[in-house]
Design a protein around this ligand. Structure first.
Ligand code: GLU
Length: 424
């Protein structure tokens, strides 16, 4: 790992920023003359840390730490979600913002990359406290976001209601109604059809194509899913509709398995309210046993760093679809490649969400809204075109899909950087 020497972050090889830096290092040999600019990718353009003080319902004052990192804006405004999680750190948000830069470039959206987060457990807040945290955070980062500057969206533990509060707070501060300042909004506030399911749908579309190329028939294919939120559960549903069996699911409450396939119709409502652990249509197993369950496809759709070297060694899957951001550490990537396990990397696999976010932003600007068929067709086309181009690059250089995605994306980013030139 050759870290750009930043005083404010000390990455380790498996930490999110350390993982990202090593992914960048691997692409340098394929950048030609543009490698002159590569240091640009190893430091965020701008990182804002904010204090988020709120009055709790019991009258006490609580402070939360918030971040907004704009990693790169060479190709357009910053774009990326906001995560509410007690373990969020500046380092993590930096990595997530950098992966957004690569992701938007990989699918060729006219955006840079950004990400935000608050160190808070939203499950411990009341509805009103959650609203106050969201509004104060939005007001604090209001000095750097905007429809042409940086456009937040949902991520882990954030949703359409939170986007509505963010849109309202920003709008109140600027004295208008700026629907284009966030995406993932409710439908009647400038949201887009298809946005909620878009990330899971993108995982399915790229996964189906990867399976086809591997000669892996989806009918009867066994799938293990880690993380059963908006990404994992939607992808699972779509794969099940295509004839696959969801044989294992893990969420924060535990791990359940059923070799004949879990019944999603009963599992999904339970997963949404209580979590999967209490599900009666499967057996509960130890969390670590999830990683060597007999399966063909593994979908890590939870948090970073989950696919460790040890877990990569024991997985029985032939195909890994990264629904989460940064789920695989670099050492695990090497082991999977050696073992002939194909990985469709996060920066293309889960790009469906930001792609429909882009459609939402375009629709907000034109105040003209598309129907769901049109959105899904455009989404599928963008994902398939991007994946095919990446696949060709991987074949040409005999490199992994991850390095190929970075090659395609970093060339676009650094070309823009070079063409814009250094100011002043
Ligand atoms: N949070 C999502 C991601 O990681 C979506 C970001 C967006 O729509 O801007 O890609």
């Amino acid at each position: 790992m050759s870290a750009a020497d930043l005083s404010y972050v000390q990455p380790t090889p498996n930490s999110p920023w350390g993982t990202y830096l090593s992914q960048v290092d691997r692409v340098v040999p394929y950048l030609g003359e543009l490698s002159r600019w590569v240091e640009t990718l190893k430091r965020p353009k701008r990182a804002l840390i904010v204090d988020v003080p709120i009055e709790m319902d019991d009258g006490s004052i609580a402070h939360f730490e918030g971040y907004r990192v704009q990693h790169n804006m060479s190709r357009g405004p910053g774009k990326g979600g906001v995560r509410f999680h007690p373990d969020v750190t500046l380092e993590e948000v930096m990595a997530l913002s950098a992966w957004m830069t690569v992701k938007t470039a990989a699918v060729n959206l006219p955006y840079g990359g950004a990400k935000g987060g608050i160190r808070v457990d939203p499950k411990k807040l009341t509805h009103k406290e959650l609203e106050r945290v969201t509004r104060r955070y939005t007001s604090e980062i209001g000095i750097i976001i905007g429809p042409q500057q940086d456009i937040p969206a949902p991520d882990v533990n954030t949703n359409a209601q939170i986007m509505a509060w963010m849109m309202d707070t920003y709008s109140m501060n600027v004295g208008g109604t700026a629907t284009g300042v966030v995406t993932g909004k409710p439908l009647h506030l400038g949201g887009s059809l298809g946005r909620v399911k878009a990330t899971g749908r993108g995982v399915f579309v790229t996964g189906r194509e990867a399976a086809r190329r591997l000669g892996l028939d989806l009918r009867g294919a066994r799938i293990a899913v880690q993380g059963f939120g908006n990404v994992g559960s939607v992808a699972a549903e779509l794969f099940a509709e295509a004839g696959a069996k969801i044989v294992a699911v893990q969420d924060h409450t535990g791990t359940i398995v059923n070799a004949n396939g879990l019944d999603l119709k009963t599992l999904l409502p339970l997963a949404r309210t209580e979590g999967v652990a209490g599900f009666e249509g499967g057996d509960v197993i130890a969390n670590e046993s999830f990683w060597d369950v007999a399966c063909d496809i593994l979908i890590p759709a939870a948090l970073e760093g989950q696919v460790t070297a040890e877990r990569a060694q024991k997985t029985r899957a032939r195909l890994v679809l990264e629904g989460a951001n940064g789920p695989t550490v670099p050492a695990a990537d090497d082991i999977l490649a050696e073992r002939g396990v194909l990985v469709v990397p996060d920066v293309i696999c889960n790009a469906g969400g930001v792609t429909v976010s882009y459609f939402e932003w375009v629709q907000d600007f034109s105040s003209f809204f598309w129907d769901e068929d049109e959105i899904n067709q455009r989404l599928d086309r963008i994902m398939m075109n991007a994946l095919n181009q990446i696949w060709d690059t991987a074949d040409r250089h005999r490199i992994t899909l991850r390095t190929a995605t970075f090659a395609v994306a970093c060339e676009r980013i650094l070309m823009a950087r070079q063409e814009r030139g250094l100011y002043p």
